[in-house]
Design a protein around this ligand. Sequence first.
Ligand SMILES: [Zn+2]
Length: 177
Amino acid sequence: MRPTRGVLPSYVAVPMVVVLVGIAAALPTLASMAKTRPLLALASGIAWLGIIVLVIRLLNRAPAARGACRCVSPPLDYRDYERRDIGIDDSHGRFATVAIERCCFCGQNWLVYQYELEHHSRSGRWYRAPVTYGEAAEATAGGALATMASAGWYLYGGSYFDSTGKRSDQPLDPAHV
Ligand SMILES: [Zn+2]
Protein backbone atom coordinates (compact mmCIF):
# COMPACT_ATOMS: atom_id res chain seq x y z
CA MET A 1 0.00 0.00 0.00
CA ARG A 2 1.34 3.40 -0.91
CA PRO A 3 1.10 6.20 1.65
CA THR A 4 -0.82 9.31 0.71
CA ARG A 5 1.43 11.83 -0.95
CA GLY A 6 2.02 15.18 0.65
CA VAL A 7 1.78 14.12 4.31
CA LEU A 8 4.72 14.34 6.69
CA PRO A 9 7.01 11.32 6.35
CA SER A 10 6.65 8.89 9.24
CA TYR A 11 10.12 9.64 10.57
CA VAL A 12 9.03 13.23 11.18
CA ALA A 13 5.47 12.58 12.31
CA VAL A 14 6.26 9.70 14.68
CA PRO A 15 8.76 11.67 16.83
CA MET A 16 6.21 14.48 17.11
CA VAL A 17 3.66 12.00 18.47
CA VAL A 18 6.28 10.57 20.85
CA VAL A 19 6.91 14.02 22.32
CA LEU A 20 3.23 14.73 22.87
CA VAL A 21 2.51 11.32 24.40
CA GLY A 22 5.64 11.54 26.55
CA ILE A 23 4.71 14.94 27.96
CA ALA A 24 1.10 13.91 28.50
CA ALA A 25 2.18 10.75 30.34
CA ALA A 26 4.69 12.47 32.59
CA LEU A 27 2.82 15.65 33.57
CA PRO A 28 0.22 14.28 36.07
CA THR A 29 2.80 12.16 37.90
CA LEU A 30 5.32 15.00 38.08
CA ALA A 31 2.69 17.49 39.22
CA SER A 32 1.56 15.33 42.17
CA MET A 33 5.16 14.44 43.04
CA ALA A 34 6.20 18.10 43.01
CA LYS A 35 4.00 18.84 46.07
CA THR A 36 5.63 16.23 48.29
CA ARG A 37 9.10 15.70 46.83
CA PRO A 38 10.09 18.64 44.60
CA LEU A 39 13.70 17.55 44.08
CA LEU A 40 12.70 14.05 43.07
CA ALA A 41 10.11 15.52 40.71
CA LEU A 42 12.75 17.74 39.13
CA ALA A 43 15.17 14.82 38.69
CA SER A 44 12.43 12.65 37.22
CA GLY A 45 11.44 15.43 34.84
CA ILE A 46 15.00 15.78 33.58
CA ALA A 47 15.38 12.02 33.20
CA TRP A 48 12.07 11.83 31.33
CA LEU A 49 13.14 14.61 28.95
CA GLY A 50 16.39 12.73 28.33
CA ILE A 51 14.49 9.59 27.37
CA ILE A 52 12.23 11.55 25.00
CA VAL A 53 15.23 13.19 23.30
CA LEU A 54 16.93 9.80 22.92
CA VAL A 55 13.84 8.21 21.34
CA ILE A 56 13.48 11.16 18.94
CA ARG A 57 17.10 10.87 17.88
CA LEU A 58 16.63 7.18 17.10
CA LEU A 59 13.35 7.70 15.26
CA ASN A 60 14.55 10.72 13.36
CA ARG A 61 17.02 8.66 11.41
CA ALA A 62 15.33 8.21 8.07
CA PRO A 63 13.94 4.70 7.42
CA ALA A 64 16.29 3.96 4.54
CA ALA A 65 19.26 4.82 6.75
CA ARG A 66 18.03 2.01 9.00
CA GLY A 67 18.17 -0.32 6.01
CA ALA A 68 14.52 -1.37 5.89
CA CYS A 69 13.12 -0.35 2.51
CA ARG A 70 13.40 -1.47 -1.11
CA CYS A 71 14.77 1.99 -2.00
CA VAL A 72 18.17 0.95 -0.58
CA SER A 73 18.41 -2.18 -2.73
CA PRO A 74 19.04 -1.75 -6.48
CA PRO A 75 17.83 -2.30 -9.09
CA LEU A 76 15.47 0.60 -8.47
CA ASP A 77 12.16 1.46 -10.10
CA TYR A 78 11.55 5.11 -10.98
CA ARG A 79 7.83 4.58 -10.28
CA ASP A 80 8.67 4.17 -6.58
CA TYR A 81 9.63 7.83 -6.32
CA GLU A 82 8.12 11.25 -6.29
CA ARG A 83 10.69 13.31 -8.17
CA ARG A 84 11.48 17.00 -7.80
CA ASP A 85 14.11 18.48 -10.10
CA ILE A 86 16.57 20.82 -8.42
CA GLY A 87 18.61 21.99 -11.42
CA ILE A 88 21.78 21.43 -13.38
CA ASP A 89 25.30 21.31 -11.94
CA ASP A 90 27.50 22.61 -14.75
CA SER A 91 30.80 22.41 -12.85
CA HIS A 92 33.59 20.64 -14.78
CA GLY A 93 31.38 20.74 -17.86
CA ARG A 94 29.32 17.83 -16.58
CA PHE A 95 25.87 19.43 -16.80
CA ALA A 96 24.62 16.93 -14.29
CA THR A 97 20.93 16.67 -13.51
CA VAL A 98 20.21 17.05 -9.80
CA ALA A 99 16.92 16.01 -8.23
CA ILE A 100 15.28 14.93 -5.01
CA GLU A 101 13.47 11.62 -5.19
CA ARG A 102 11.21 10.75 -2.30
CA CYS A 103 10.45 7.08 -1.78
CA CYS A 104 6.71 6.44 -1.91
CA PHE A 105 7.06 3.52 0.50
CA CYS A 106 9.14 4.88 3.38
CA GLY A 107 9.34 8.63 2.74
CA GLN A 108 13.13 8.64 2.51
CA ASN A 109 14.50 11.53 0.46
CA TRP A 110 17.31 10.74 -1.97
CA LEU A 111 19.54 13.35 -3.52
CA VAL A 112 20.17 12.17 -7.08
CA TYR A 113 23.04 13.28 -9.31
CA GLN A 114 23.31 11.95 -12.86
CA TYR A 115 25.12 12.82 -16.06
CA GLU A 116 26.69 11.44 -19.18
CA LEU A 117 29.37 12.83 -21.45
CA GLU A 118 28.23 13.72 -24.93
CA HIS A 119 29.92 11.75 -27.70
CA HIS A 120 31.16 9.21 -25.16
CA SER A 121 29.32 5.94 -25.21
CA ARG A 122 28.86 4.14 -21.92
CA SER A 123 29.54 7.29 -19.93
CA GLY A 124 26.18 7.48 -18.15
CA ARG A 125 26.36 7.42 -14.40
CA TRP A 126 24.15 8.19 -11.44
CA TYR A 127 24.71 8.62 -7.75
CA ARG A 128 22.09 8.82 -5.04
CA ALA A 129 22.52 9.41 -1.32
CA PRO A 130 19.94 9.44 1.48
CA VAL A 131 19.39 12.91 2.86
CA THR A 132 17.38 14.29 5.75
CA TYR A 133 14.12 16.16 5.38
CA GLY A 134 15.97 19.46 5.94
CA GLU A 135 18.78 18.66 3.50
CA ALA A 136 16.21 17.79 0.85
CA ALA A 137 14.42 21.09 1.35
CA GLU A 138 17.64 23.11 1.10
CA ALA A 139 19.42 21.13 -1.62
CA THR A 140 20.99 23.04 -4.51
CA ALA A 141 22.49 21.77 -7.76
CA GLY A 142 25.89 23.29 -7.00
CA GLY A 143 26.02 21.96 -3.45
CA ALA A 144 24.61 18.52 -4.22
CA LEU A 145 27.87 16.56 -4.24
CA ALA A 146 29.00 18.05 -0.92
CA THR A 147 25.66 17.20 0.66
CA MET A 148 25.84 13.67 -0.72
CA ALA A 149 29.37 13.25 0.61
CA SER A 150 28.14 14.03 4.12
CA ALA A 151 25.65 11.15 3.93
CA GLY A 152 28.43 8.64 4.55
CA TRP A 153 27.24 6.12 1.97
CA TYR A 154 25.52 6.13 -1.40
CA LEU A 155 24.23 4.10 -4.32
CA TYR A 156 25.66 4.37 -7.81
CA GLY A 157 25.24 2.85 -11.22
CA GLY A 158 24.84 3.43 -14.94
CA SER A 159 26.48 2.35 -18.18
CA TYR A 160 29.83 3.79 -17.08
CA PHE A 161 29.87 1.32 -14.19
CA ASP A 162 28.11 -1.34 -16.26
CA SER A 163 25.75 -1.71 -13.33
CA THR A 164 22.08 -1.33 -12.48
CA GLY A 165 23.12 -0.19 -9.03
CA LYS A 166 25.56 -0.91 -6.26
CA ARG A 167 26.12 0.37 -2.78
CA SER A 168 29.25 2.11 -1.53
CA ASP A 169 29.80 2.25 2.20
CA GLN A 170 32.47 4.90 1.73
CA PRO A 171 31.35 8.53 1.58
CA LEU A 172 31.02 9.94 -1.93
CA ASP A 173 34.18 11.70 -3.10
CA PRO A 174 33.02 14.84 -4.95
CA ALA A 175 36.33 14.96 -6.83
CA HIS A 176 35.73 11.56 -8.40
CA VAL A 177 32.24 11.26 -9.81
ZN1 LIG B 1 12.04 3.60 0.74
